[in-house]
Design a protein around this ligand. Sequence first.
Ligand code: G6P
Length: 366
Amino acid sequence: SSTDKGGHRHYMSKEIAEQPTTLANALKYYTENREGQHLLEHGVDFTAFDRIVMVACGTASLACFVSKYWFEQIARIPVEIDVASEFRYREPPLNSRTLALFVSQSGETADTLAALRYCKGKAGMILSIVNATESSIARESDLALPILAGPEIGVASTKAFTSQLAVLAALTLQAARQCGTVTAARAQELSDQLRAVPGLVADALTIAPQIHRVAQQLARFDDVLFLGRGAFYPMALEGALKLKEISYIHAEGYASGELKHGPIALIDEDMPVVVLVPHDAMFDKTISNMQEVMARGGKIIMISDARGLSEGGDGVWQRIEMPAAAGPFAPIVYAVPIQQLAYWTAVEKGTDVDQPRNLAKSVTVE
Ligand code: G6P
């Protein structure tokens, strides 16, 4: 059942392994199921809004951050993102042409709920993306879209994160169609790329032994830096968040291009740098940041596809080879190695993976 570990040592590893199925469920629901299609097609009219304000906490807020790149590049809708604890008190101006979107696995996070209540009567629509459909956030929204991930027990969110991304991607495509920002051929290409994600996630799961090996090395360090560019920047933030949450190793995520504005001062052989860099249009830019790290004796863990790794140059300390994932939805596939890296590092250190110290699954108090 969904509440036993199904032969896994931890719920987290079971939930990581479930992602090809949970992602396929969500994508099938929103593309092939009448009810799901109806929710997307008639539930939200993106032409009615000038901007989207996305609010969430923790990993859910990083799903929002990734999707900001999608909504802005593909649907050309300006997106503002914030964490709920800041949003709720900073008195942000809203109007009827603002879509307020809340993302929450539990649907009960106190700050997110308070932010939602702030938007009532101010924003044009309150939309939420939730796993728990019988939750306060779902109930108080004009429309709640389910992510259909099933119960998530591990405190550090994994399958809920990727399903939040899948639903946000499906919404982006819907917005692009409604707003006429892509041609029919491009819409088809994007939708094919999104449908390929569950299979690519299954492929990414098969590289666990490579990641296990890297994690055995990583567990010896006290500090780790994650770098990424574009939508891989919030993925770098998520990689750092996951690692610190469950392995208690201090980790920071940074936009690759910001390296020279601070973290480069910390580079030495004692702080490995995880670089998320598929062979895409931004590849050369990120590689030059990576070389800046190597030139200063930094140890690089490069996560890329075969082509990227072959062009990555000598001197890379550890390589993790991902399937080639084309298109803007590749970050969903890269969630897998960052989850596994955190997971195996935590196992190596012997921490309580499913119940990390001081953290709660659902934070229902401010
Ligand atoms: C806690 C959990 C995180 C989760 C965050 C937001 O911090 O440990 O895994 O991302 O809350 O929770 P929500 O239920 O609103 O998605």
